[in-house]
Design a protein around this ligand. Sequence first.
Ligand code: SAH
Ligand code: SF4
Length: 351
Amino acid sequence: MIKSVLNNNSFSKQDIKELLLSDKSDTALLFEKSFNQKKTHKGNKVYLRGLIELSNICSKNCYYCGIRRDNKRVSRYTISDKEVIEAARFAYNYNFGSVVIQSGEVQNEQNSKKIENLIKEIKKLSDGKLGITLSCGEQSEDTCKRWFDAGAHRYLLRIETSNHSLYKKLHPNDDMHSWEKRVKSIESLKKVGYLTGTGVMIGLPYQTIDDLADDLLFMKKKDIDMCGMGPYVEHFDTPLFNEKNSLLPVNRRFELSLKMIAILRLIKKDINIASTTALETIRETGRIDAISVGANIIMPNITPVSYQKKYRLYENKPLVNKGIEKLLLKFDKQLNPLGEEIAYGEWGDVR
Ligand code: SAH
Ligand code: SF4
């Protein structure tokens, strides 16, 4: 049964639901095919993006996120320019192809200017060689353009869920948290010229298999270049924590996340798919498991540890404090049996 679905050239919503609901040997067939597609279209390489968690200051109040504006227990920080440059230089010295600058959402001139300057400095210190991805929330087209002109060339903005009414349940019902605006922002990033990525959380309260199938069809329709998606992991200090008893068990959320990655690889064969940190929160081997079903990007956290502790979107976030050499060695060891290797010094973009 699943074999005939897997042989289809293009998946209907029904096909996707069948794949999401597959079990045991059927799931194994899905994963085998998606990993083969990854190898065919992306080679046996895994690209590194060093993650810099620039600031946990956020003007938004998403119900699921630990650093939402109204969480008064968060001690807020913004990394100094000097420390960001140091982290980027570190990534460059370790021959990472790219860095990702991620932060809470702040829309003001001071922030726009700071990030614009940082982008220019990172480009300068690396002779233009470090690729820069941004993940700093919704911004005006003008700001996005300034950052693009400064040298950033990828932008990640998750839609969180393609279901408009589910989105409303996960966010305050105001102008600042509008699903329509978020979609427009994704479109505007493409217009500015960014390689544009989106993604969703998997295993959210009230989320159905239909929603997840629609999420994949949304990504297909938007013709995205990249995707970062992973399990929803609850945070006790957020309003959505009240729904914790209605959640799927973490192992189910984990498995669904792998299936989402695998199916996306079959739908969008040559895009970059990140193996996200939230996967590692649930299972220690999570990030490698995602590679083995079709992801091809790993984002080691290179934020100074004292800040990493304060950037908690969800609970049990793993901290990287053992040194990057050890981490890279571990990845190498885990990737080897899969016939995969880290592509040092390469961007690995679609175009
Ligand atoms: N502020 C920016 C970027 C940082 S948040 C933005 O929101 O786009 C990056 C991502 O973290 C969000 O898109 C969301 O999908 C994810 N996230 C937030 N809280 C989470 C949680 N509790 N579990 C899993 N992912 C979460
Ligand atoms: Fe802010 Fe992003 Fe968290 Fe929403 S998900 S509260 S925008 S950091």
